[in-house]
Ligand binder design. Structure first.
Ligand code: HGY
Ligand code: MN
Ligand code: MN
Length: 399
């Protein structure tokens, strides 16, 4: 097949224009936003123009389907609340270019998908989790975003475009191209990462409840201060983790809301997210036990109420050996001595799709390791190298 890098880069920059924001190449295109829906309608038009059957499923994922059995490629086109132009979008447009070139060459059959809400406005890898059967549509419809909007209501905005779910039996594997979103390829001056495995993730919300009161007249010994409880919890968890984690284990309190959030009021409530990731499910278990025990003991010590809710978990996933080998052979050809096999510290739709079929992933570098930020970027030569690896791998797999 004859891929066209200029056409690929043209479409990648066009997709960026839907929700372009902030400085540089920043994008704001959360699931079911106007920009997201416009981008999905544009993608469906590109699929039609590539002689693929364009389709939207009930949860907003859009598909470009080849006739008969095919290799599925793609990623997601929704972004974080402040996102980059490549996270997800790169995998969708690279898949479009390979599928288009394959159609023009008379084969192999390649289908394309852009999953909805990978970035978790409502949950996390929401649409691919539903498609893979790990979350029911009824359950997902009750997922709410930070403003209380329900997934079930948000997806009504595309009800007139949506058809049935796509049958996974037509696909014989899934390959996702993605930016690394970390520092390792960029620091090593390498071009390609062939993914060995994707970390597991667990995510929940913790709420400490105390007494809202006057910040000047309430003596320290009489306070039930929810923020002090949160600070104690985070300090104690950091100390307890220090002796059990590895240098690739990560944990984050990315979202914090304090009520009533005023400088002269002792806070009565502190709600914060607790997310942790590692390649080892047993370590995730041990971390969870510390998380739950520490929340309980801090609440008891400080006479606070504590609630743990919104639990979400995905297990670590190994990449398929055959698909991974095709990517490795392609990487050795395209970027000799400038590629490596590596784990993914980021989560991807491939984690969910792995429940349905063999999956594999290929990375290109993130400049300075930046992602989930407006400054996310990759050199265009590296983007094209990743595209060539994707095309070469699918040719190897189907010859
Ligand atoms: O958080 C993640 O790893 C993904 O980019 N949503
Ligand atoms: Mn992503
Ligand atoms: Mn992301």
């Amino acid at each position: 097949m004859h891929i066209q890098p200029d056409r690929f880069l043209r479409d990648l920059h066009k997709l960026r224009s839907f929700g372009a924001a902030g400085v540089g190449k920043g994008v704001v295109r959360p699931a079911f936003s106007k920009a997201d829906i416009a981008a999905r309608e544009w993608l469906m038009a590109q699929f039609e123009a590539a002689d693929l059957r364009a389709h939207m499923d009930p949860v907003g994922s859009v598909w470009g389907l080849a006739d008969g059995p095919s290799v599925l490629m793609g990623s997601h086109s929704d972004t974080q609340p402040e996102g980059g132009w490549l996270d997800g979008a790169l995998g969708v447009i690279a898949a479009l270019e390979v599928a288009r070139a394959a159609q023009e060459a008379g084969g192999p059959a390649v289908s394309v998908v852009s999953f909805q809400d990978e970035e978790g406005r409502f949950g996390g890898t929401t649409a691919s989790s539903i498609w893979a059967g790990s979350v029911s549509l009824e359950t997902a419809d009750q997922f709410a975003d930070f403003d209380g909007v329900l997934f079930g209501d948000a997806r009504q905005s595309v009800a007139d475009l949506a058809g049935d779910f796509v049958d996974p039996a037509q696909f014989n594997g899934f390959i996702e191209m993605h930016i690394e979103q970390g520092p390792w390829l960029d620091r090593a001056g390498e071009t390609i990462g062939v993914v060995s495995d994707i970390v597991g993730i667990r995510d929940l919300n913790i709420t400490f409840g105390g007494d809202q009161n006057h910040a000047g007249t309430t003596p320290m010994m009489y306070r039930r201060d929810a923020v002090q409880g949160m600070v104690d919890y985070i300090t104690q968890v950091n100390a307890a983790f220090a002796s059990i984690v590895s240098d690739s284990t990560v944990w984050t309190n990315g979202h914090v809301s304090v009520h009533p959030n005023a400088s002269s009021i002792v806070p009565g409530q502190a709600r914060f997210s607790m997310q942790w990731r590692d390649r080892d499910a047993g370590l995730l278990d041990r971390m969870e036990a510390i998380i739950r025990e520490t929340a309980r003991t801090v609440a008891a010590t400080r006479d606070l109420e504590v609630e743990i809710s919104d639990y979400w978990a995905l297990a670590p996933v190994e990449m398929d050996a055959r698909l991974k080998a095709a990517l490795a052979d392609a990487a050795a050809l395209v970027a000799p001595s400038k590629w490596r096999e590596m784990p993914s510290g980021a989560l991807h739709d491939a984690t969910c799709v792995a429940a349905l079929m063999p999956v594999a992933m290929v990375f290109v570098p993130s400049i300075n390791g930046i992602s989930h930020a407006f400054g996310e970027d990759t050199n265009e030569d590296d983007l094209v190298a990743g595209l060539k690896v994707l095309a070469s791998a699918v040719t190897r797999l189907t010859n």
